[in-house]
Design a binder for this molecule. Structure first.
Ligand code: SAM
Ligand code: SF4
Length: 330
């Protein structure tokens, strides 16, 4: 699949549910309204639609949400998708999770063919974790990460850098990742969805600032390593682990974009930071013919914009797009 700007699109991120067992302050409001269940694609519909993407050339699939592991029977879908790994049609099936359910799911995930997962963790301080997630239990996530490692899954930690919340702790997180043999990616907060509590300007911490601070203690060696995503990686000389920087605001990475995103209602978003989208649920439900779905996917790709317009500054701290990250899938 080639988009209008000549970029090859081979990576699909799928939000399998907009629901979550946590309410991270930068991601959701406390009283989020979730989509009615009837709107959501069934697991069978998702399996069929994702099969159509794979037939068109998607080589990497990431399940996300919301929290993918709170979707009922999600293991059925993951096991079904595993067959595309077996056939060689898919290079990688992976998952982004908050880790709360990992103690239960780590082994079945590995058995289904998943080898790498991203776990979101913004702090190692139990009280701060409770505040950021509004009611999460840090121990549960740490137990989940330990279970994932035992099961043989390679874990990368994703941390959103939040001004005044975890900025003093990022150094400790890096040291902890070194001890635990985990790579770490830092993410700048993105202006997605209206929030009730804080303004974006209050949360936004440029990673250029974080990096300069880290370099007082750590030696960050540049590397060409790319994980197929927007992160720029360094290797921490003292620990040997990777440290990635995902900087949509201070560094634009759109020219190498290889991905599109599917919501749990079957809407395909062509860019995380733009509204361009196409409904794939209607063609999926209208016809049993996968060729019809394939045509709808190809038509949608023609809508992929050149890049996003994210910006947070003093004049503009409003959401660049009205939907929350949990809708499109982070
Ligand atoms: N629930 C799973 C989790 O937390 O990993 C998967 C979905 S979550 C939306 C995916 C990632 O998006 C998480 O790493 C989260 O920290 C990040 N995220 C959510 N809202 C964000 C925002 N406004 N800006 C930047 N990252 C955000
Ligand atoms: Fe849930 Fe992930 Fe959003 Fe946190 S970041 S509220 S865990 S979807």
């Amino acid at each position: 699949m080639i988009d209008p700007f000549g970029r090859s699109i081979n990576y699909l991120r799928v939000s399998v549910t907009d629901r979550c067992d946590l309410r991270c302050v930068y991601c959701m409001t406390e009283d989020m309204t979730f989509l009615p269940k009837r709107e959501i694609l069934s697991l069978e519909e998702l399996d069929r639609l994702l099969g159509a993407f794979i037939a068109l050339g998607v080589r990497k699939l990431r399940l996300t949400g919301g929290e993918p592991l709170v979707r009922k029977n999600v293991m059925w879908l993951i096991e079904r998708l595993g067959r595309h790994l077996g056939s060689g049609a898919l290079d990688e099936l992976t998952l982004t999770t908050n880790g709360t359910q990992l103690a239960k799911f780590a082994e079945p995930l590995f058995a289904a063919g998943i080898r790498r997962i991203n776990v979101s963790l913004d702090t190692l301080d139990a009280a701060a974790f409770g505040r950021i997630t509004r009611w999460g239990n840090l121990e549960q996530v740490l137990d989940g990460i330990a279970a994932a490692k035992r099961a043989g899954l390679q874990v990368k930690i994703n941390t959103v850098a939040l001004k005044g919340v975890n900025e003093h702790e990022i150094d400790d997180l890096l040291a902890w990742c070194g001890r635990e043999d985990l790579d770490l990616s830092l993410i700048e907060v993105m202006p997605m969805g209206e929030l009730d509590t804080e303004s974006r300007m209050d949360q936004y911490l440029p990673l250029s600032v974080v990096r300069a601070r880290l370099e007082r203690r750590w030696t960050l060696d540049e590397t060409d390593y790319r994980s197929g995503g927007p992160a720029r990686y360094t290797v921490v000389r003292e620990t040997g682990k990777r440290l990635g920087f995902i900087t949509p605001l201070t560094h634009n990475f759109c020219e190498s974009c290889n991905r599109v995103r599917l919501t749990c209602v079957g809407r395909l978003y062509l860019c995380l930071g733009q509204e361009d989208s196409a409904d794939l649920r209607a063609p999926l439900r209208a016809s049993d013919d996968d060729a019809v779905v394939g045509d709808a996917i190809r038509a949608a790709l023609r809508l992929k914009p050149k890049g996003h317009d994210f910006m947070i500054d003093r004049r503009s701290s409003a959401a660049a797009v009205p939907r929350h990250m949990s809708v499109t899938g982070g």
